[in-house]
Design a protein around this ligand. Structure first.
Ligand code: G3P
Length: 214
């Protein structure tokens, strides 16, 4: 299982990297807009920090512009993967970029049907959004399970799943139990995973009792 950090913030990426929790990084326009600086410079900085895949999203929605932008972003570093939004032109763009040897990630997947089209288009990764489905009272984990089953039962579809829009530690645990290839996790959730109230109580007790030997 690979864990990516879902952020464009260099300090958060460094912190995760120190714990072996940055096998890769996913960004999107919203995450990059939270940082200061030029779009490409921010991505360059991330690529210097992390040797695994760094996912950079195109800003256009039309086929030709997506392909041109994808080519440009791919020049930033060898570990850049081009994120393409799930739409008709995006599927076409993925096929063209794949033919040029550029790795892609089809993002904003909310149904198993979209995942099938993305995998057939030849995307390297496909990115279903879990939390946003939960937000509208749908079941994000159920979708992940269905997509996972489709890929296992159809080995010719060789796309990897990146579970995105992860909001809670329970999401992480359930996805890991399902054997999802890659989980991209915001640093807030990575931090939440570290903690348990019984650990805090235990540490407090041991620290108090250790005083006897100091
Ligand atoms: O990688 C996609 C992810 O950032 C979306 O998360 O919490 O905005 O739904 P969220």
């Amino acid at each position: 299982m690979d864990i990516y950090v879902d952020t464009a913030n260099l300090a958060e990426i460094k912190q995760a990297h120190e714990l072996g929790l940055a096998d890769g990084v996913t960004t999107n326009p919203t995450l990059i807009a939270k940082e200061n600086g030029d779009f490409k410079d921010i991505l360059k900085g991330i690529c210097r920090e992390v040797s695994g895949p760094v996912h950079a999203e195109v800003l256009s929605l039309e086929y030709e512009k997506m392909v041109t932008e994808g080519r440009e972003l791919a020049k930033i570093a060898d570990n850049i993967v081009i994120k393409i939004p799930m739409n008709h032109d995006g599927l076409k763009a993925v096929r063209s970029l794949k033919a040029e040897g550029i790795r892609t990630n089809i993002t904003l997947i909310f149904s198993a049907g979209q995942a099938i089209l993305a995998a057939k288009a030849g995307t390297t990764y496909l990115c279903p959004f879990l939390g946003r489905l939960d937000d509208i009272s749908a079941n994000g984990l159920e979708l992940l399970d269905t997509i996972q089953t489709i890929l296992i039962n159809n080995p010719d579809l060789d796309a990897k799943i990146i579970a995105a829009s992860i909001r809670t530690p329970i999401h992480v645990v359930e996805l890991a139990a399902m054997g999802i290839d890659i989980l991209t996790i915001p640093s807030k959730v990575l931090e939440q995973l570290e903690h348990h109230p019984l650990t805090d109580i235990g540490i407090e007790q041991f620290t108090k009792d250790a005083e006897k030997f100091k």
